[in-house]
Ligand binder design. Structure first.
Ligand SMILES: [Zn+2]
Length: 307
């Protein structure tokens, strides 16, 4: 995806419609209009050529510090959560932490869960869904006593701020985990290495190509569980993706996972950190609230299945 806007030329309408009694002025009128149009064209072109250099401030849509404040409020409202910075990403004058929010269940034996969102900056339902699941867990911690959950709500802060799929270096973080060149993938992978294995990993995305919700999983042998989860989403009134998709999910075989052309964060996770790795996708046509509910509902169902 290119991020440099194309040369936008102004659409100038040159009126050539003559009045009945001014037929003699048609030629002159058209000439004047063409002159004006030409001058406008030159003026706009010069303005375009000498516009200020591209910067974050030009296109900033979202504020990482406001997002941080929302997280801080959630964490401070519950004794079960802690928060830390896994690392700082820097692009020129822009910098942002990548936050980790951890929930610790009360049970003696707990299972480890990892949930992330915002790998693609132009898929804002992911970060919102992660916050929604944090709120759900904070509201009813006893329901989640059997798990410890690591939440990374915003994997790609620079992309999220600018509303772009890629980070500010033009890298697709979802394709980078097996290469580990991007700042974001390195920071998150360093943390995952320290945690070794997870029982369950979920990464939230949005897909504008399909009108339905779906789950992608890799080498997964618990397909009936996924069908149960997507069925719950359907029963809540949300459409499932049907195109090349069985009951709202598809499973890439274990053999194919390392050979995938489009390797993803979750295909990498399946190969290194968890037998249950899910990439969850919502359609973009429903409003943000509904998209958030779909994702968070899937989180809750998958976590509850670990009881
Ligand atoms: Zn995505």
């Amino acid at each position: 995806m290119s991020h440099l806007p194309g040369l936008l030329l102004p659409h100038i309408k040159v009126s050539t419609k003559p009045e009945e009694d001014h037929k003699g002025d048609i030629q002159t009128g058209m000439l004047i209009n063409k002159k004006i149009a030409f001058r406008l064209f030159v003026a706009f072109t010069l303005i375009w050529m000498f516009r200020p250099a591209y910067s974050f401030a030009d296109t900033q849509q979202r504020d990482v510090y406001q997002f941080e404040q929302r997280i801080v409020q959630l964490v401070e409202s519950s004794d079960y959560f802690s928060m830390r910075t896994l690392g700082i990403v820097k692009y020129g004058t822009f910098s942002s932490p990548i936050w980790l929010i951890s929930f610790k269940g009360d049970a003696v034996k707990t299972k480890k869960v990892f949930i992330s969102g915002g790998v693609h900056g132009d898929e804002p339902a992911g970060p919102e869904a992660v916050l929604a699941t944090i709120i759900e867990v904070a509201n009813d911690p006893s329901k989640y006593e059997h798990v410890n959950i690591d939440f990374v709500p915003l994997v790609n802060p620079s992309g999220w701020v600018n509303g772009t799929r890629l980070n500010a270096a033009g890298e697709d973080i979802n394709r980078d985990f097996h290469l580990l060149k991007s700042q974001e993938a390195i920071i998150i992978n360093d943390y995952l290495l320290s945690r070794r294995r997870y029982k369950l990993m979920i990464d939230h995305h949005e897909d504008p190509r399909y009108p339905g919700f779906y789950v992608v999983t890799y080498g997964n042998d618990r397909l009936s569980l996924i069908a149960d989860v997507t069925q719950k989403v359907k029963e809540a009134g949300y459409p499932l993706r049907s195109f090349k998709c069985n009951e709202g999910y598809f499973n890439v075989s274990k053999k194919m996972t390392p050979k995938l052309k489009n390797k993803t964060f979750m295909s990498y996770a399946r190969s290194h950190y968890s037998k249950m790795a899910y990439q969850i996708e919502s359609p973009i046509s429903p409003n943000m609230r509904d998209r958030t509910i779909m994702h968070s509902m899937a989180d809750q169902e998958f976590i509850n299945s670990l009881r």
